[in-house]
Design a protein around this ligand. Sequence first.
Ligand code: ADP
Ligand code: MG
Length: 607
Amino acid sequence: MKDINLEQWFHGRILREEAEALLQRNGCGDGLFLVREMTNLAGDYALSLAFGGIKYHYQITRHSDGRVAIEEGQRFEGPVELVAHHFTAQDGLLTKLRRPLLRERNVEPMGYKGVTHAEMEAARRQAVASLASMGFRGEPHEAIAKFRRQVEQIVGAVIQTKQPWFHGKLTRVDAEKRMNQHLPLKDGCFLVRERDQQGSYAVCLAHRQTVFHYLLDIDVDSLLSISNGRKFDTLLAVVDHYSRKPDGLLCPLTDPIPNDEQLYEPTPVASKVALPDVPGSGRHKVVVSIGDDMPDFFRVDKEPGFQSIFSESSDQGVFEITPSAISTEDQLGSGNFGSVLLGTYSLPRTRKRVQVAVKMLKVDDVPNQRDEILREAQTMAGLDHPHIVRLVGVVKSNPMMLVMEIAHLGPLHKFLRKRKNREITWLEVLSLMLQVAVGMAYLEEKRFVHRDLAARNVLCVTPRFCKISDFGMSRALGLGNDYYRAEVAGRWPLKWYAPECIYFFKFDTKSDVWSYGVTLWEALSFGDKPYFGRKGTEILRMLEDGERLDCPAACPPEVYQLMTKCWSFESINRPSFKQVLRELKSLCKRAHKGEIRPADLYLPMRH
Ligand code: ADP
Ligand code: MG
């Protein structure tokens, strides 16, 4: 097998985009080609080839017998032999290889960021030498080629510890401290730290003066990836890749924060304060209601189900229900986790059977799901309010079940869509949204952030009475913490999220207020989709430019004004839920007296 490093058409670890640019710059004639190494998988190569003015890329994979091939094609000792073959035989390619695109003189094949190709190759040879001392016979470059991935992982593990950006075992807090000694933080400053678990890492990246922690998952083949992103052999490859393009991060990695021990003082252990699990669930009862001062039209305390039989059952935390007490029937809805079924629950003392909603969760499918669900249950258990769906208890079998009070009429957006033709008036819609504001004011008081407030998560019990549901994303704010910061981004409802959630992963009551504004818009548009047809990036640009959702046809301008206040770019300029509630109550009263109406009602009549 020939040594690929000696070939001038081998460019090392360059990106597909870079290969295409090179081909373009060199005329892109038929048969012009180069070979590069895949940046995520050491030992796999790509043949980039021009034909008809278009660039094609063929992956050259090393098979388990140690030989390489394009897909399932003919196998060769190595990429050099494969290339030689295709000079004379087209054999499945669009054209024979004609003209090699050569590296510039004195430029070695591209290595990793911060490590030259030569350094890397020397380290590889060293690793192979140690293989030889264990009895391996053969040319080093052959061994490197054949066992490249394994060698790369060994070498990577050694070389990464010598990189300036590698800080070894470090807590999140200490990492932020280290980074904050380099103020003002340039976008792209980064370090990599080892987390508590062996072999688990995080990339800490500065963006707009904030440090973001991206966790690196490790799979069964020891490949590393940032939340479902590309997979890599080594940390070197991770840093290398994300230095070349952001690929989902907030910005590319640029300057390493150097690991210089003397610079940093460790955090004394005693200063770490343990936060209670659910700080909002204090014993005192929080009362937030619509109030006696409202016209009867808005009073719902006589509605069936307003006085819940499950109220205050939550004082002891999450109540465990035996599987035999629950039987399930039809599906009510489905969501991210699994399905929600109609169920019957036999009350423990009286044996009375009542209808409930049962969220079924297949625990096996996703690791950590169990904890997630128990957290949702914990959160709900701490809440007791007529406008919030109550938790009845949890069945800890498999599948796990979250048993909740039922809201027969289902999600608000669908409920309204069906009644668009005046089966429900805008004033009745406003009354429902007043209840949502009451529920949210209660959450605000209890220091919970919902993080997924949307019409789909407001459920109707009767046409006049609704509740907030879906606490899958909710968080109790810690003592002394006014916001929750997500460690990593997830599958987020971006159209309902305030800018700081998207940019800084920061969630507080004021970001819930933003979502409330969007929910209010959905409600008064009778279930329309907000920003319909627009992409996330487009919406962000639109928001930055000061543009907002339009006033729905059935919405009085005064109510729209409240919406736009909820959409103040800076969270500090948004009202609190207490203020929203106060304002909405006054708007409801005026609307009820006929003092404010949707602009549409003033349109001239046709006849
Ligand atoms: P996810 O977190 O997956 O979005 P949700 O809690 O929002 O899950 O529930 C998904 C769907 O199940 C809802 O849109 C609704 O149709 C139905 N559902 C959930 N909870 C109830 C309930 N308490 N009563 C009636 N239907 C419900
Ligand atoms: Mg939901």
